[in-house]
Design a protein around this ligand. Structure first.
Ligand code: 0RA
Length: 655
């Protein structure tokens, strides 16, 4: 906590007293928690933290808070401490209660109705700190304000005492400690990694803000596990972090900072030698996964300024085909962050900014800075435009290659790959396809499967590393072509030249990657995942992609046997079959590859839906997934080594 400061101080003890009208009981929140916080699994559990932190961030955005400290306590309760103004404690006239009690117990009573400040809380997901209170067995609010310490404790959202003054302080701020209710949540253990990753993001988005995360469950030499997050460079440092492992194309990212009509804009742009576009966008610190008017404005500016530059410099004059918007963004990494007083969110998951005025505002600010950059850095400008021309040429080649594959398909009657052993059902809902490493394991899988609904596509050895290959090479690759035709999906080009995956004719709703349980096998899984991540992302987003988990051991004695998926299970099996530690009395097979199992064993352990273990591939944190793929599959060695060393204890990349 930092010391009491007086900057922008506007003390008002009756704050919000007359503004709060909507009275809705917190019982509603406990009855249908999903409606308020999305879910009651680990996602909902972490959501509680963000709900509280959003309020502290609001204090920062309003210019009153410099530090936010989060602590995970030993019992998985959480404390969030900020040095903001402190929740007001004065009497709420109408309700005859302390404002603190109103903020903590009345739904939607954030208490802040100041339109000149940017609000995160009560925004996209914001349901207010009162929801956190309702879903906690215990919540303790402590307020440091006007030199005094006030506190109130709640139980499932209900106050168990009056607001008490318990001492004096030189600090200012708010401390909220809450214990998530086990009656509500299916998961109660906080993940340091999940909290740390969002806090890192928040530190970039709010430059200057100091955040820290302490984990009291993990003791270290000098106290507890702790990480600090603080960025003075803001988004400029964010894009550098995102591009770690990629080869930078510019000396320094292009940084745009502007403000127009009360909309604050900050954008950082960098170019790297990869082929993918990476635009992350935020509105009031909230990730807008579906983009929106701010991203449209950004794209418009990039297209306009580079087209102008390409044409005026004469560099585009030799081109025989049109340069499309996508070409300008190949190898581009950008973070677009806007702060909008009254954001309107739309789209399926409310992850898209709707405010139409923002397009022009962002487009003007970014265009202005880009134009200056191109004028002042002719060498770098030339290199970027050369890259754009290369991208356009490659896209032209890729289009041709794709058309060839698709035309050939039509000629052969939309024929399926010769290597595919298809299933007899034609209902995608019940159909599965196993992508199997190697022809021999593929053969075993063909014998072992239930041909009614399971199809097998063997893949030969290592598939192409799409992170390094040119796009047209990808469409010419036999294994990849087979995957496209077997799945029944195709790539089409949108009006801006963007790739769109057509999944209307997807033939299997479960796509299962099955590889050996060794180092080579995990490498192949990673290669296949990279391909799906870059070219078939909607299949991951829609929950169609899985990884099969073959067992690691068979423990056997006479007719008694047990398959085991890890060392603990193996030890348990030995104990059950022969007695504790009696490894000598049993046969233990360590499976190194699928090929060591016969068809029946493969069915029993890895393919029978009633017994097998499948891991669903998800991408909760797109930022992290992208970074990991670029790093693991790209050219730069040091970050890859660091990652592998850090994660060597985990068998697989956690995505
Ligand atoms: C209502 C009004 C004001 C601040 C807050 C709530 C507030 C809430 C939280 C939750 C966590 N930290 C917080 N910090 C502040 C405005 C206070 C004023 O005008 O003095």
């Amino acid at each position: 906590m930092s010391e009491l400061t007086n900057e922008n101080e506007k003390m008002n003890n009756d704050y919000g007293a007359s503004n709060i009208t909507a009275l809705e009981g917190l019982e509603a929140v406990r009855k249908r928690p999903g409606m308020y916080i999305g879910s009651t699994d680990d996602k909902g559990l972490h959501h509680l933290v963000w709900e509280v932190v959003d309020n502290s961030i609001d204090e920062h955005l309003a210019g009153h808070c410099t530090t936010i400290d989060i602590t995970i306590h030993e019992n998985n309760s959480i404390s969030v401490i900020d040095d903001g103004r402190g929740i007001p404690v004065g009497m709420h006239q109408k309700l005859q209660k302390s404002a603190l009690e109103v903020v903590m117990t009345v739904l939607h009573a954030g208490g802040k109705f100041d339109k000149d400040t940017y609000k995160v809380s009560g925004g996209l997901h914001g349901v207010g700190v009162s929801c956190v209170n309702a879903l906690s067995t215990e919540l303790i609010a402590e307020v440091y304000r006007d030199g005094k310490i006030y506190t109130q404790t709640y139980n499932q959202g209900k106050p168990i005492n009056e607001v008490k003054e318990i001492g004096t302080t030189e600090y200012r701020g708010t401390k909220i400690t809450f214990t998530p209710d086990a009656e509500i949540f299916t998961e109660l253990v906080y993940s340091f990694k999940t909290l740390a990753s969002r806090m890192k993001e928040l530190s970039y988005l709010n430059k200057g803000l100091k955040l820290s995360l302490t984990d009291e469950r993990v003791k270290s030499e000098d106290g507890f596990l702790r990480e600090d997050f603080h960025s003075e460079g803001g988004l400029k440092e964010f894009v550098k972090f995102l591009d770690e492992g990629k080869q930078a194309f510019l000396e320094q990212p292009i940084h745009v900072i502007g403000k127009e009509e009360n909309v604050e804009i900050e954008v950082a742009i960098s170019y790297n030698t990869s082929y993918s576009e990476n635009i992350y966008s935020f509105v009031n610190n909230i990730n807008t996964r579906e983009g929106g008017t701010h991203v449209n404005g950004f794209r418009r500016a990039v297209n306009r300024e580079f087209t102008k530059y390409g044409e005026e410099s004469g560099m585009f004059s030799k081109l025989k085909f049109k340069v499309s918007g996508e070409d300008f963004r190949e190898g581009l990494t950008a973070v677009v962050s806007v702060k909008v007083p009254e954001p309107q969110f739309k789209g399926q998951t409310k992850g898209e900014l709707g405010n139409s005025e923002v397009t022009g505002i962002v487009s003007r600010a970014v265009g202005h800075q880009l134009k200056l950059f191109l004028e002042e850095n002719p060498l770098e400008a030339k290199r970027i435009v050369e890259k754009v021309i290369l991208a356009a040429t490659a896209r032209h080649a890729a289009r041709k290659a794709r058309e060839m594959v698709q035309r050939k398909n039509v000629l052969t009657g939309g024929g399926l790959p010769g290597k595919l052993a298809d299933c007899s059902s034609k209902d995608p809902n019940e159909c599965e396809i196993y992508l199997v490493e190697g022809d021999s394991a593929g053969g075993t899988a063909k014998q072992g499967r239930d041909r009614g609904f399971q199809a097998i596509l063997p893949l030969r050895g290592k598939i192409l590393n799409v992170e390094k290959a040119l796009e047209h090479k990808i469409y010419e690759n036999e294994e990849i072509k087979n995957i496209f035709t077997a799945l029944g999906v195709s790539i089409e080009e949108g009006e801006h030249g963007q790739r769109i995956l057509n999944v209307e004719k997807l033939r299997y709703h479960k796509v299962i990657i099955m590889c050996d349980a060794d180092v080579d096998g995990s490498h192949i899984v990673t290669l296949i995942l990279t391909f799906f991540f870059r070219y078939m992302k909607p299949l991951i987003e829609n929950g169609h992609l899985y990884i099969a988990a073959p067992p690691l051991y068979l423990v056997k004695k006479g007719k008694d046997f047990q398959y085991c998926w890890d060392d603990d299970e193996r030890n348990e099996a030995v104990t059950r079959i022969a007695g504790k530690g009696k490894e000598d009395a049993v046969d233990i097979t360590r499976y190194k590859g699928l090929g060591e199992m016969n068809a029946e064993q493969l069915w029993d352990t890895t393919m029978d839906p009633s017994t097998r273990l499948l891991r669903l591939v998800t991408m909760e944190d797109a930022v992290e997934v992208d970074r990991v793929f670029s790093m693991l599959m790209g050219d730069e060695v040091p970050p890859r080594r660091a990652f592998i060393e850090e994660n060597a204890k985990y068998a697989n990349v956690d995505i």
